[in-house]
Design a protein around this ligand. Structure first.
Ligand code: ZN
Length: 69
């Protein structure tokens, strides 16, 4: 559904994708190349997923080590 999500307002609709190449948001009117829009959404999702992984690893490293002492 990444190619159907508006990067400006987050509105998701199959109607957003006017044609294979042109994206047009029915909510805010944002218009862009659909492939370029999908790439932006994928990048954004990938970055947030990576940030979550980093946070979870960091919290594991911060666990108390009293049991080993
Ligand atoms: Zn929009």
């Amino acid at each position: 559904n990444t190619s159907r999500t508006c990067p400006k307002c987050g509105h998701i609709s199959k109607d957003n994708r006017k044609t294979q190449a042109v994206f047009c948001c029915k909510s805010c009117g944002y218009t862009a190349n659909a492939d370029e829009n999908a790439a932006k959404n994928i990048l954004r999702e990938g970055l947030s997923r990576l940030a979550q992984e980093v946070n979870s690893k960091r919290s594991q490293h911060c666990e108390p080590t009293e049991a080993e002492q």
